[in-house]
Write a protein that binds this ligand. Structure first.
Ligand SMILES: [Zn+2]
Length: 312
């Protein structure tokens, strides 16, 4: 007769520093990004090295200052200059790789867009490797439904014993239409979501440029749809690439809760603004969740009852 003992997950960081460079999709500013290991309970934080030693922002929903087209972190009261835009694809890659703690040094105002997906960051994190830390991984266990609505957009989190998400989009476009994508605790972020690129309509590119946005955008870092075709050579990476990218964005935005969410997340026609409202609503409703040590679901260690002291 055996008793199954739960294995507590441990926090992680990078095994070694890793570096990349590129341009910001909205700012078109060239930036250099170095990801560094960090001790347990640091969380993920950005350090704007061009603004001095104290220019550090925690990757947390409390520090979100804009959600127009991308998620922007900033420190209120730091002369307005301390901001880091388009954090979501990098944050999704870190979560997908199971990295809890890292310092992300960046010397400009926006994370490099790379190819418009999370795949280049996933590759970098695989190169860096993962280091286990001697501290339990804590998660946000959802106890009650949290829901936000805005017109025909909806986002909610439901209690569940593991993380999962479902993301539904609706675009009045022949090649997009209605698409739904699910991703869960056992999912492979690298293969299922990470390669999905950001996307836009050909008409919107001109409008965004006029508004001073997407200045660094090109067919190298976004899927561009005309009225009836995909303008990128090579077409789509997944048949439902737009929904997968929205799921990637959601996965990245959810990390700004500050710890992994144990619950089921569902969104309908949502974007960064709704994702942020959902995370904020969750964190503000402190009766709707509690922090718990996260346990391994798949590794249960059999041990004799006698050795466990006869405990239940
Ligand atoms: Zn995105």
């Amino acid at each position: 007769m055996t008793n199954q003992r739960q294995i507590i997950q441990r926090q992680t960081t990078l095994r070694k520093p890793i570096h990349c460079a590129g341009v910001g999709v909205h700012s078109n500013v060239g930036v250099s990004l170095t990801m560094l290991p960090a001790p347990a309970d640091t969380g993920i934080r950005f350090h704007r090295t061009d603004l001095g030693a104290n220019a550090v922002i925690a990757a947390h929903a409390d520090n979100v200052i804009d959600t127009t087209l991308c998620t922007v972190l900033g420190a209120k009261g730091f002369s307005g200059a301390l901001r880091v835009a388009t954090v979501e694809h990098l944050m999704a890659a870190l979560a997908g790789a199971g990295i809890d703690n890292a310092t992300l040094e960046i010397d400009g105002p926006e994370v490099p867009v790379m190819d418009g997906s999370s795949a280049p960051f996933v590759f970098l994190l695989e190169c860096a490797g993962t280091q286990m830390l001697n501290a339990p991984r804590r998660g946000i266990q959802v106890l009650e439904e949290i829901r936000v609505d805005e017109g025909n957009r909806m986002a909610r989190i439901l209690p569940a014993d593991r993380f999962s998400l479902s993301c539904t989009i609706e675009f009045d476009h022949a090649l997009i239409g209605n698409q739904s994508v699910g991703f869960d605790y056992d999912g492979n972020f690298s293969s299922e979501l990470s390669r999905a690129r950001t996307f836009c309509m050909e008409d919107d590119v001109l409008k965004m440029r006029a508004a001073g946005l997407a200045l660094g955008g090109s067919l190298d870092n976004a899927v561009v749809f005309s009225n009836d075709s995909v303008l990128n050579e090579g077409g789509l990476r997944y048949q439902d690439e737009p929904a997968r990218h929205k799921a990637l964005d959601l996965f990245g935005d959810l990390t700004l809760a500050g710890a992994p969410i144990i619950g089921r997340v569902e969104t309908f026609r949502a974007g960064h603004a709704m994702n942020h409202r959902l995370v904020t609503a969750l964190l503000e409703n402190t009766a709707a969740w509690r922090m718990v040590d996260m346990v391994e679901h798949d590794v249960l260690e059999d041990m004799p009852i006698a050795a466990a002291g006869g405990g239940a």
